[in-house]
Design a binder for this molecule. Structure first.
Ligand code: G6P
Length: 612
């Protein structure tokens, strides 16, 4: 999704902006651009369709643009195709203003018409250009940059994170936020804006998150922030304590592989601080046992892989709490007129904390009186801030578009929520509670064992990367696990893939199984192992080539029927998917590698989807 970076300081701005944009590449984008105010007070804009390296080549690594203040942008097309002219920054007709924008200006058609009637000529097809043109229009009336920004913000509707330059005020960037992430970075004699901290962490670790309605004025000397009524706001600063290397590849060929291998460590961070003397203790949760008991309805709401975590969570939460749990795609929930009231708990899951549909679903639920408990990775993100309660996954920055370590840590946190709720409700069997807690403690180590077998999966992938279509089958927990395995594969390898509940196969989909079709059969759930086996026999009888996944305990039995068997260590039933997902992630990764795909930045996808 679009990325923003802005810099004002003493050094040349262009190289700083290019470096920031490179670090934002993981968000997914199709074009990039920068604007720098020259020593002669002219705004120079360079932008291009394509990657930051193409932009960098265009301006010789930044050497062509002189000036110590500028803004940069990576665009992911929404209004108007990816093209040079639709790329940001957008320059106003008179050349006085440059604007970068993330989000959508919903009333841009009406504003554009208004400005065209005033004689303004537009260059692009974007909604964002209206901001630059409107700024110049108001500035010509009031001759005050800050005042012109205020007028623009009162006129536009929609979502925005904006970075704005004015040729007449060459010492400042003005930034504004509503429903799109934007943060401020405080340096020594230099200051920054960014859509996420990875863009600027090389320069500063002191940041403040802008709130909806706020406007910030950045100069070399400092940052002033104002609320919607133009009153000064004192911002709380946060210190970012993760290492820059956490956002770099550290010797791995891809971020995705690095993040797959970081999972044991990420799990330790998510689990260990919450295990105290054999109990799960959420020091960071406000919900009391009385409140937990008072909920009459529970929803889990999320998108993508976070939704798949919710699918698994339904099985475990219902088992542990004996309460029904509904899992909803955020994009559906928000328009479904959901039955939500003040006795409803909505568990929102999001790695980025910025997914627009998830955010909208959260707001819808909140407006109806629900209590919002979110599971989020990015600290200080919008979803975290708008929730009544937030449990962080502490997985560290996730750069690859296809999520891995965030998924695993979300799952662990949701499992722990199940145990805490089951205890509050008196519905969890104490022996099971103790077993799961003990196994949660061992989970990172067991995952390391699974990772050690990566070469077996690599070999298998090298022989099976050429399929046109791959099916994942399983029952119950294994079905929900298959959904994630299938999504990982299609996201990064572009192979068509479907996850099917094994029992449903014979109601239609089995007609697609023919000689040589690859079926990944998931049989980790011990209670249903025999059923898994009979489904494997069923697809093999139709000619399927089967790759099976089970636990060590069932390996020998499965090998009598299937020649390619992957295993994971045995553990508490509800934790099996946490181990089972790892071979599936590796399988997707190695298949995509064989196919020469752009693994960290798959086509058409974005890390953080901040449009509907
Ligand atoms: C995008 C990402 C997925 C992610 C989904 C939800 O589609 O590519 O990996 O699962 O968004 O994102 P969230 O940040 O809300 O978990």
């Amino acid at each position: 999704m679009c990325g923003i970076v802005g810099f004002v300081g003493a050094q040349e701005a262009a190289p700083v902006l290019l470096d920031g944009l490179t670090r934002l590449e993981y968000r997914g984008y199709d074009s990039a651009g920068v604007a720098v105010v020259s020593p002669q007070y002219e705004i120079q804009v360079e932008k291009t369709k394509g990657y930051v390296k193409e932009l960098s080549a265009l301006i010789h690594g930044g050497a062509d643009l002189h000036g110590t203040i500028g803004i940069g942008h990576t665009r992911w097309a929404t209004h108007g195709a990816p093209s040079d002219v639709n790329s940001h920054p957008h320059l106003s007709e008179g050349g006085k203003f440059a604007v970068i924008h993330n989000g959508i200006i919903e009333n841009y058609v009406e504003i554009k018409e208004f400005l065209i009637n005033q004689g303004v000529t537009f260059r692009s097809e974007t909604d964002s250009e209206v901001v630059a043109q409107l700024l110049e229009f108001y500035y010509n009336e009031c001759h005050d940059f800050f005042e012109a920004v205020g007028r623009v913000l009162r006129r536009i509707e929609g979502a925005y994170a904006l970075g704005m330059l004015c040729a007449d005020c060459p010492d400042r960037i003005i930034a504004a936020r509503k429903d799109a992430p934007l943060l401020l970075g405080y340096g020594e004699g230099e200051n920054f804006i960014a859509s996420d901290v990875t863009a600027i962490i090389k320069h500063t670790r002191e940041v403040a998150y802008m709130e909806d309605g706020e406007v910030a004025v950045l100069t070399r000397e400092g940052i002033e922030v104002f609320d919607a009524l133009q009153q000064p706001v004192a911002k709380e600063r946060h210190h970012i304590d993760w290492e820059v290397s956490a956002a770099e590849k550290g010797g791995y060929p891809h971020f995705m592989l690095k993040e797959i291998f970081e999972q044991p460590e990420a799990l330790r961070r998510a689990i260990s601080p919450r295990l105290k003397e054999g109990k799960i203790v959420f020091d960071d949760m406000k919900l009391t046992p009385e409140q937990i008991r008072a909920f009459t309805r529970v929803f889990i709401v999320a998108c993508g892989s976070s939704y798949h975590v919710g699918m698994l969570g339904k099985y475990t939460l219902e088992h542990l709490t004996r309460r029904s749990v509904e899992v909803c795609l955020a994009s559906e929930f928000r328009y479904a007129d959901p039955i939500v009231d003040k006795n409803t708990l909505v568990i929102v899951i999001s790695q980025s904390g910025e997914t627009l549909d998830t955010m909208a679903a959260l707001r819808e639920a909140k407006a109806r009186g629900a209590y919002i408990l979110s599971i989020v990775n990015v600290v200080g993100s919008s979803i975290a801030r708008e929730s009544d309660d937030v449990l962080y996954t502490w997985a560290g920055p996730e750069i690859a578009v296809a999520t891995t370590k965030a998924y695993s840590t979300q799952l662990a946190v949701l499992d722990m929520i199940g145990l805490v709720f089951g205890e509050a409700l008196g519905t969890v069997d104490s022996a099971e509670y103790d077993e799961v807690v003990a196994e949660l403690e061992r989970l990172p180590e067991k995952m390391e064992t699974v990772l050690k077998n990566h070469e077996d999966i690599q070999k298998y992938a090298a022989q099976h990367f050429n399929h046109n279509s791959i099916f994942f089958i399983g029952r119950n927990l294994d079905f929900a696990l298959g959904l994630e395995g299938s999504l990982k594969l299609k996201e990064i390898s572009y192979i068509h893939s479907e996850a099917y509940a094994s029992g449903e196969l014979k109601h239609g989909t089995i007609s697609l199984i023919e000689e040589g079709t690859l079926v990944v059969a998931l049989g980790t759930y011990g209670k249903l192992f025999d059923k898994a086996l009979s489904n494997i026999i069923e697809v093999k009888a139709r000619g399927a080539d089967v790759l099976a996944l089970t636990t060590e305990k069932h390996r020998a039995e499965l090998e009598k029927t299937v020649s390619n068997v992957l295993t994971i260590p045995d553990t508490a039933t509800m934790l099996l998917p946490s181990l089972g997902v790892v071979p599936l992630q590796l399988f997707a990764y190695y298949v995509a590698l064989q196919r020469g795909c752009d693994i960290d930045k798959p086509r058409n996808l974005a890390k953080s989807v901040t449009v509907e």
